[in-house]
Design a protein around this ligand. Structure first.
Ligand code: GRF
Length: 202
């Protein structure tokens, strides 16, 4: 398995981290074959174009979740995608997409799951007063931000932190662990035992 599809909705800095890792030869032989966005103006699409990666866009508005996901799955399959990386993709996945890529969808989340799932995870962390938050890469299942955890990195919360400053430091951690998790998966170094993912060599 080597062919990757990245799904985005916005800025695409995690996409950029994956592109950079691929260009450095640090993505376990993985190749990003297509970047898909449900938002036409997503800045990440420009990052993909600059890197010479084909892009695809479909507007989700007005379509049932399953119908939209069916189209997304078709686009990904047409590009030969075997591994799907969600990178700031602001859509819940229906079973249609999950079934098309069983155990083959990764997501990155800006908190140490299972703490603070869902949106505005950095704000949740600040409001709850935790001293440590961080970044998580996990396999995607039918529950929101709940699939088996592949990689995490902790980030200290400072008393001077705002949502933006915390998000910026967590993002740096995301950019480190996401390519590493993709590489481990593509190199066949993951063993999944229930909720536990054992990563060979880590
Ligand atoms: C990241 O914080 C990611 O964890 C979350 O959405 C943000 C996307 O940022 N799911 P970017 O588009 O990769 O820059």
């Amino acid at each position: 398995m080597q062919t990757i599809g990245v799904l985005i909705s916005g800025r695409g800095s995690n996409l950029q981290a994956l592109i950079d890792a691929q260009q450095r030869g640090e993505l376990g032989g993985g190749r990003i074959a297509v970047v898909f966005s449900n938002v036409e103006a997503a800045a990440g699409l420009e990052r993909a174009r600059r890197a010479g990666i084909p892009v695809a866009f479909r507007d989700h508005r007005g379509l049932a979740r399953e119908a939209f996901d069916g189209e997304v799955a078709e686009i990904l399959k047409a590009h030969g995608v075997e591994l799907v990386c969600l990178a700031g993709y602001m859509r819940l996945l229906s079973p249609v997409l999950l079934r098309a890529f069983p155990g083959r969808i990764l997501n990155v989340h800006p908190a140490l799951l299972p703490a603070f799932p869902g949106v505005k995870a950095q704000r949740q962390a600040l409001e709850r007063g935790v001293k440590v938050s961080g970044a998580t890469v996990h396999l995607v299942d039918e529950n929101l931000d709940a699939g088996p955890i592949v990689a995490q990195e902790a980030v200290h919360v400072l008393s001077s932190d705002t949502e933006d400053s915390l998000a910026a430091r967590i993002l740096e951690a995301e950019h480190r662990i996401y390519p590493r998790a993709v590489r481990a998966l593509l190199e066949g170094r993951l063993t999944i035992a229930g909720r536990r993912v054992l990563v060979e060599g880590e």
